[in-house]
Design a protein around this ligand. Structure first.
Ligand SMILES: [Zn+2]
Length: 352
């Protein structure tokens, strides 16, 4: 508690909470949680006292623990306050970063930038964003912290937006739209649909299988249509297994089909590229701490992250949502993946 409750943390309804402490009988030195504390051992005599939390903070030993039952409300508050402690340090550093990033955003960033850089920016954007979202969850539960936290949030919000713009400058908006259009195309028919020629398992079912892989891969990432081609080919490789006979012909036939699917998706994208944009609101998913390993899981796909980054026009941090202005197929894809807030009403309004 001595580490969590710095003297400036507002205590709200916990101000008067009596905290059982030990102190050297001289009346000097810090307040301790246990008699076995190394800082207390040199004292000739120790006495126990109850101190209201508001008077104790700032005087608490940073080595001691104060055992409390897990359900004690102070435990949850301490956890909440603890989750904010790094925010201030991060916000201070983020101010410098924001300036740095503001300088880099204006420089042209080509597609030659490595995947590692993109991935680094994405993770950074999501982590900063998650910190900001978490701080709003904390202040919703403990409103008296809001005015203390607000100045820290301002710097962090600036850093989140700089990172977002930096990431957006590395992404290809046309590829994101084409990916959404790929996801909107109807699947090829099973009955009487196209088949892969030659001997081997080349029937319409394999075309459907390859199509599903192509569509899924296109819709999940931010590289657009070409990412789908190798996923479709992988389905053919898997179907053929160790058999070689007929595989090359099947892959050739698939290549032509993928060309056709890409053409359809691009044609649809061309119709929507300059068409009107729709306002939608997307819930920002928090990051989930990964079980048993370092880091965290992110339930936003790369494509979803890309769409948010590129089409964002406003944020509502307390609601944990962002407003986007998107082409129709992007809105449809966000709806399909269940990311839109208040789907039904928005769609009704759009339709009317
Ligand atoms: Zn101590």
């Amino acid at each position: 508690m001595g580490q969590i409750f710095a003297a400036d943390v507002p205590l709200g309804s916990f101000q008067e909470l009596p905290l059982s402490c030990l102190r050297s009988s001289s009346g000097l030195g810090r307040l301790h949680g246990g008699a076995d504390c190394g800082q207390l051992r040199s004292a000739l005599a120790v006495h126990r006292l109850e101190v209201p939390l508001m008077l104790a903070v700032g005087d608490l030993c940073t080595h001691c623990a104060w055992p409390l039952p897990g359900e004690h409300p102070l435990v949850a508050f301490a956890e909440a306050a603890s989750s904010l402690t790094p925010l201030r340090a991060r916000a201070d550093a983020a101010g410098d970063e924001a300036e740095f990033l503001a300088g880099t955003v204006t420089q042209p960033a080509g597609r030659s930038d490595s995947d590692a850089e993109l991935e680094g920016q994405r993770r950074r954007w999501r982590r900063l964003q998650a910190q900001l979202l978490e701080s709003h969850t904390v202040t919703a539960a403990y409103p008296w912290l809001a005015s203390w936290v607000e100045p820290m949030r301002t710097g962090l919000a600036g850093a989140v937006d700089c990172t977002r713009r930096s990431l957006a400058s590395l992404l290809d908006e046309a590829a994101l739209l084409e990916a959404a259009c790929a996801a909107a195309l109807p699947a090829p028919a099973l009955e009487g649909g196209p088949a892969l020629v030659g001997p081997g398992p080349g029937g319409p079912w394999l075309v459907q299988e390859a199509w599903a892989c192509w569509q899924q891969e296109c819709a999940a990432g931010w590289d657009g249509l070409e990412a789908g081609r190798s996923a479709a080919a992988a389905a053919v490789y898997q179907a053929f297994g160790s058999r070689r006979r007929g595989r090359a012909e099947a892959l050739d036939a698939l290549d032509r089909l993928v060309d056709d699917w890409n053409t359809q998706a691009r044609a649809l994208a061309a119709q929507h590229a300059a068409a009107c944009r729709y306002p939608v609101t997307v819930d920002l998913l928090p990051l989930v701490r990964a079980h048993g390993e370092e880091g965290e899981e992110d339930w936003l796909t790369y494509w979803e992250a890309g769409a948010i980054v590129v089409y964002q026009v406003a944020t509502d941090w307390s609601a944990g949502s962002v407003d986007l202005l998107v082409p129709g197929p992007v809105s449809d894809q966000l709806l399909r993946s269940g990311r839109l807030t208040g789907d039904a009403e928005d769609r009704d309004r759009r339709g009317s």
